[in-house]
Write a protein that binds this ligand. Structure first.
Ligand code: NAP
Ligand code: HSE
Length: 429
């Protein structure tokens, strides 16, 4: 049996998972790849760190050139994270004619074009199945199994950390900080969890999905983003009262050539399949013009689920090692005209406001909303904090621009203490 040497750049959560899978499933992997895949070098920052996996000392290095200059290494697996030096190392590996596998959505979403170009120029393969939704085979799903379709819409829960936090807040009344700490301890969160909590991670993944499904590389800075840090126990309670669950959704739609892209917390009906995607699980709902609606569900983070996708890419390269088929498709039909401005999008809205408990307050706010064409579905007044009360409005479907104008006026009213939160409500029909 041929032996294929590979190297890992990084031995953290994902690197550890890759190491473990290659060891535990050695027989299946040999049978399916027809090769004996061996890790021959692992780059780390700190060689003295205690690892979760039992790695022979001689494999560990802190010098990346030990990998680039080793001609026996055919595949480099980047599981370090970050842009620098991850991108530089991947390009160096490609220039040394090594195939590259990565789990790094940040680097693909921000510098993917350069990596793709380099891989093509060097005639090596560049695979990134693990970069979106961990163990769910979504990249291959779109690129191969759904390739006959014109994709119309993708709606996904694609960040495991925030889904874990929201689940714990909703089902166990856990506070935000404790839930985040648990997600970090389980290895779901990024090195800097701000990326998860504030929705950046989901934006990177959405950019990659948009590229695959619509052939358009969208700069992540152009994607509307809101994280979950503003979600309060009170919002969760109101959501329950209205029969909704709050999820961080990543949405991309092609509306006759106008692309709508956004990541934000959303109230969705509790009976919708996405509402029942809990803990670190991810799910992606895709609408294709031939296949109709389909949903992929699985673990979106963690060492073994992510390692499963990384090792699958390695095996796929090994199977075609002399046949550089690119998994990356360049811009497709090119019928996309523009990205829709957020104020042109429509939704129903949940608006929570703290106001002074005075006569005429409700009427004044309702009339401002009415003047901006925002019609109300329901209004609740609850709780008294000294002279303050909470008002909650749920609107009918309206333009985001109308909500923005209303909130600007409402904020200027003397009896309004604070517009505490605004959450989009999607009926998902
Ligand atoms: P991690 O636990 O922080 O591990 C990072 C590893 O890279 C560590 O072993 C670290 O070395 C090494 N490293 C970092 N910078 C380095 C440098 N400059 N030189 C040498 N080694 C360096 O990260 P992770 O959670 O495994 O995530 C890795 C990648 O997978 C990220 O791109 C992440 O977005 C992506 N990802 C993660 C998950 C998940 O569930 N965690 C899921 C999907 C994708 P030391 O150990 O010596 O510090
Ligand atoms: N931090 C990411 C998440 C890891 O929580 O989903 C998987 O990409």
């Amino acid at each position: 049996m041929d032996k294929i040497n590979i190297a890992l750049l990084g031995l953290g959560n994902v690197g550890g998972g890759v190491f473990e899978i290659l060891k535990t499933n050695i027989e299946e992997i040999q049978e399916r790849s027809g090769c004996d895949i061996q890790i021959s070098k692992i780059l780390v920052r700190n060689p003295n760190k205690k690892r979760c996996v039992d790695v022979p000392e001689e494999l560990i290095t802190t010098n990346p050139d030990d990998i680039f200059n080793d001609e026996s290494i055919k595949i480099v697996v980047e599981v370090m994270g970050g842009i620098d030096p991850a991108k530089e190392y991947m390009i160096k590996a490609m220039k040394k004619k090594k195939h590259v596998v990565t789990a790094n959505k940040l680097v693909i979403a921000t510098t993917g074009a350069e990596l793709i170009r380099t891989a093509k120029e060097e005639g090596v393969r560049f695979c990134y199945e693990a970069s979106v939704a961990g163990g769910i085979p979504i990249i291959n799903g779109i690129n191969e199994s759904l390739t006959a379709n014109k994709i119309e819409e993708i709606i996904g829960i694609i960040n495991g950390t925030t889904n874990y936090i929201l689940t714990k807040m909703y089902l166990d009344n856990m506070d935000f900080g404790t839930a985040l700490k648990e997600a970090q301890d389980k290895g779901y969160a990024e090195a800097d969890p701000t990326s998860d909590v504030e929705g950046f991670d989901a934006v990177y993944k959405l950019s990659i999905l948009t590229y695959l499904a619509f052939g358009k590389l969208v700069n992540p800075d152009l994607v509307y983003r809101e994280g979950i840090s503003k979600i309060d126990a009170m919002d969760i309670e109101y959501a329950k009262e209205f029969g909704y669950v709050i999820k961080l959704l990543a949405i991309v739609k092609d509306d006759n050539g106008v692309l709508e892209l956004r990541v934000h917390p959303t109230m969705i009906p509790e009976r919708h399949p996405l509402a029942n995607v809990n803990d670190s699980f991810n799910a992606i709902l895709i609408k294709g013009n031939a296949v109709g609606e389909l949903m992929m569900y699985g673990r979106g983070a963690g060492d073994l689920p992510t390692g499963s996708a990384v090792v699958a890419d390695v095996i796929s390269i090994v199977r075609n090692v002399n046949d550089p088929i690119f998994k990356l498709s360049e811009s497709k039909s090119g019928n996309l005209k523009r990205i829709r401005k957020m104020e042109e999008t429509t939704s129903e809205y949940y608006i929570r406001i703290t106001v002074k408990d005075e006569p005429g307050v409700l009427g004044r706010i309702s009339s401002i909303l009415g003047a901006h064409n925002v019609s109300l579905l329901s209004v609740i007044q609850k709780g008294k904090r000294q002279e303050y009360v909470t008002l909650v409005f749920v609107t009918h479907k309206t333009l985001e621009g109308n909500i923005n104008k209303s909130i600007e006026e409402i904020n200027s009213l003397s009896f309004v203490d604070k517009v505490e939160n605004i959450i989009r409500v999607e009926k998902m029909e």
